[in-house]
Design a protein around this ligand. Structure first.
Ligand SMILES: *[C@@H]1O[C@H](CO)[C@@H](O)[C@H](O)[C@H]1NC(C)=O
Ligand SMILES: *[C@@H]1O[C@H](CO)[C@@H](O)[C@H](O)[C@H]1NC(C)=O
Length: 250
């Protein structure tokens, strides 16, 4: 994902500035900020980059297991994201997906809902000032089914609505991953949904195929809502998108 060498590009840009302005539309560099549900080995991020992003576009998955909106900053992950915006923005349009909530919501997280909102807004503002564009994602649903309803237990409600509030009040792009991922697993039901579990009883994290399916949901939402930006950077999988849209197990 990191084949591009900034220093070489800077030299050739100096030598022939015209080539910069006459380039075709830039590709997108996706920087993925989030917790374990985005991170490698359990999240949707790696599959997003490897199965939904078209050639000419690229990215890096900075998802971090256990991260809250506070620890993602204090632990240094956020600085890597903003640093990468600076590195890649001359070659690509840089978009930063920001998806948190699973850990922020825990009673001992030390992050209140108000702080969660302020932290999301600060990530978005700093993305913009670094030269990138933020996209807020409501948190991927957990897949714990309640026997009383045969649906998943909706336990990220506050984090979903907080994320939407921040986006709509501040004119930030956003997609409702929580709602769409929840509706999908509610429709395919528990047995089919269990096929995405990272381990038999892990109804939060995704195995490799789960990553492919839920990253396709992320990609489809981006294309549906902001197609002028994301369609050129997207490698479609119409078979998979159609299964998801029809509420059939993929
Ligand atoms: C289950 O979820 C689906 C889709 O999310 C919804 O339409 C349906 O009303 C829910 N059923 C119950 C019993 O809550
Ligand atoms: C595309 O979707 C089909 C059907 O779900 C699946 O078998 C295939 O692995 C997918 N390919 C990629 C690259 O995601």
């Amino acid at each position: 994902m990191r084949g591009f060498i900034p220093s070489l590009f800077a030299v050739s840009a100096l030598a022939s500035p015209v080539s910069l302005t006459s380039r075709a539309a830039k590709g997108i560099y996706f920087l993925l900020a989030g917790d374990s549900t985005t991170a490698p080995n359990g999240g949707w991020g790696d599959a997003f980059l490897s199965t939904t992003v078209a050639s000419g576009s690229s990215g890096h998955n900075y998802g971090h297991g256990g991260a809250t909106t506070a620890s993602f900053r204090s632990g240094g992950d956020w600085a890597k994201v903003t640093n990468d915006i600076g590195t890649y923005k001359s070659t690509y349009d840089v978009y930063v997906t920001i998806q948190f909530g699973h850990n922020d919501q825990k009673a001992n997280s030390g992050v209140t809902v108000e702080q969660f909102k302020a932290n999301l807004l600060k990530f978005a503002q700093e993305t913009t000032s670094a030269g990138g564009a933020p996209i807020l994602l409501t948190p991927l649903t957990r897949r714990n089914f309640a026997s009383s309803t045969s649906n998943v237990t909706e336990n990220l409600v506050e984090q979903r609505s907080a994320t939407i509030d921040v986006a709509t009040n501040n004119n930030i792009k956003w997609i409702d991953l929580n709602l769409v991922s929840m509706n999908y697993v509610n429709t395919i039901k528990k047995d089919a949904a269990s096929k995405y579990n990272l381990a038999a009883n892990d109804w939060t994290h995704l195995n490799t195929w789960g990553g492919v399916v839920f990253s396709r949901i992320v990609s489809d939402l981006l294309v549906e809502k902001y197609g002028n930006i994301f369609t050129p950077a997207t490698k479609a999988n119409s078979t998979l998108s159609a299964l998801i849209k029809a509420g059939k197990p993929a």
